[in-house]
Design a protein around this ligand. Structure first.
Ligand code: HEM
Length: 95
C-alpha cells in the first residue's frame, strides 16, 4: 500500500527535502529526477512542485496523458489523503 499524505505534508516535504513531488489525480509523483529529462522542460513540472498539477496535466490533453502514464507508474510514491482529493471542475474538461 502506498503511504497517504496530506497537502500540507507534501508542501513541507518539498521545501525541506529539496525534492520535487507533485500531485496528479490524487497520486503523488516524485519528479526530482524526471524533470531533467521531461520533454516539456523542467519548468512545466516544477511549477507545481509541492502542489497539484492535475489541471495543467489535463490541459495537456489525451496524447500527453497516454505518453506520460506508463512513465508515471515508475514515479509514484504516495497517495493524497482522501479528505483532500484533487478537485476537477467542468471547466477542466473544456479543452
Ligand atoms: C510526471 C508527470 C509527467 C510525465 C511523465 C510527462 C511526460 C511527458 C512526455 C513523455 C512528453 C513527450 C510526449 C508528448 O508530448 O506527449 C511530454 C511533453 C510535454 N509535457 Fe509532460 N509529463 C508530465 C507532466 C507534465 C505537466 C504537469 C505538464 C504541465 C503543463 C507537462 C507539460 C508538457 C509539455 C508542455 C510537453 C511538450 C509538448 C510538445 O512538445 O508538444 N507535462 N511530457
Amino acid at each position: 500500500m502506498l503511504p497517504k499524505i496530506t497537502r500540507e505534508q507534501l508542501k513541507q516535504y518539498n521545501n525541506q527535502a529539496k525534492q520535487q513531488w507533485i500531485v496528479i489525480d490524487n497520486k503523488v509523483y516524485d519528479v526530482t529526477k524526471y524533470k531533467n529529462i521531461h520533454p516539456g522542460g523542467w519548468e512545466s513540472i516544477t511549477d507545481q512542485a509541492g502542489g497539484d498539477a492535475t489541471r495543467d496535466f489535463d490541459n495537456m490533453g489525451r496524447g500527453h496523458r497516454v505518453d506520460a502514464l506508463p512513465i508515471m507508474e515508475g514515479l509514484l510514491v504516495a497517495e493524497l489523503h482522501e479528505d483532500e482529493p484533487s478537485v476537477r471542475t467542468k471547466e477542466d474538461y473544456e479543452l
